[in-house]
Design a protein around this ligand. Sequence first.
Ligand code: SAH
Ligand code: SF4
Length: 373
Amino acid sequence: MNSIVDKKNLLDLSYDETIQFFESIGEKSFRANQLLKWIHQNGVTDFHKMSNFSKLLRNYLSDNCIIEYPKILLAENSEDGTKKWLLSVGDNQSIEMVLIPDKGRNTLCVSSQVGCVVNCSFCATGKQGFSRNLSLSEIIGQVLIAENSFGVPRKADNKNITNIVMMGMGEPLLNFDNVVNAMKIMRHHSAYNLSKRKVTLSTSGLVPEIDKLSKVSDVSLTISLHAPNNDLRNVLVPINKKYPLKELLDAVKRYVDSFNDRRVTTFEYILINDVNDSLDTASELADLLKDYPCKINLIPFNEFNLSDYSKPSNNRIRAFKDHLVNKGFITTIRSTRGDDIMAACGQLVGQVQDRTKRKERLEKKVKTIEINA
Ligand code: SAH
Ligand code: SF4
């Protein structure tokens, strides 16, 4: 995002590029850490307030640079404490992010793309089609906005966001460089200083990118599994046709083995009524994952207008979970949060805009058929 064309948006620079930038204007590399601290730890984006920069540097930065990130279009608070933002990223496009407070933790769910090309059959984001990747400033800007919502200037020991999950709109591994650079800033001690366990990337399962990730990042990886066999997963998560289950699970194993930290992988599994929630399917899932150090996170399907799928009854959800627990798996059910503000990923934007105008087109089609009849 560069609204003022000839000014450089410093939030679009990776950490390494920030160092290079300061060196290119004759400054020492430690200025990069100072800048990160001002922006991300103090919430200061006015160069004139960066008091440990010389007057000359402050003037240079305000003449030539900007710090720009998405604008808030809508901020909603749920009764259960969940907060949700709709953010403008220019050109009439918007993204969303959600902050979920739970047991002393504040988990921020961050978007990586406008829409998503993977088009999982249960996902509101997929139904919007794909527009574009988010820039680095648009990704890390989400964290900045959420952190600032706790107040600026920050309190001395303040660390409001405790966990970040790349589980908002989009497939993060399809926006590889910007996502990796944003996660480096989330992890950096001069910025959000989050440990590798507190930053999680969720993916629908892009095998080459999982291998690539292990070379440049050590964040936690969550796999959106949703089905225990290829026939079902091909329907729910179409990228499975390209990277089938065995290849995916092998890549996950390679990722885990590349770090010597005995990590366990989380597999996400959306439970959709009469689609993937039978006890036979649970048995199949248990067989598939029996050799993996893993946790299974069950997510009751979040219903939305453009989908015919429905959420299973609580009894069915519990039975599915119990079956896995009896087979020895650590299994959790993700509690539905922020229901009153449509806090499930992709749903708020879905309310505001349906980019593919699917519904209208479908309605028109029905009308045409009626007229022809
Ligand atoms: N593209 C990545 C990350 C974003 S999707 C991925 O697929 O992993 C984030 C999470 O939201 C995924 O676990 C996805 O399965 C879940 N999700 C999408 N639509 C949902 C719905 N209608 N109900 C419940 N969870 C949903
Ligand atoms: Fe994309 Fe993830 Fe939604 Fe699938 S679930 S369409 S990969 S955002």
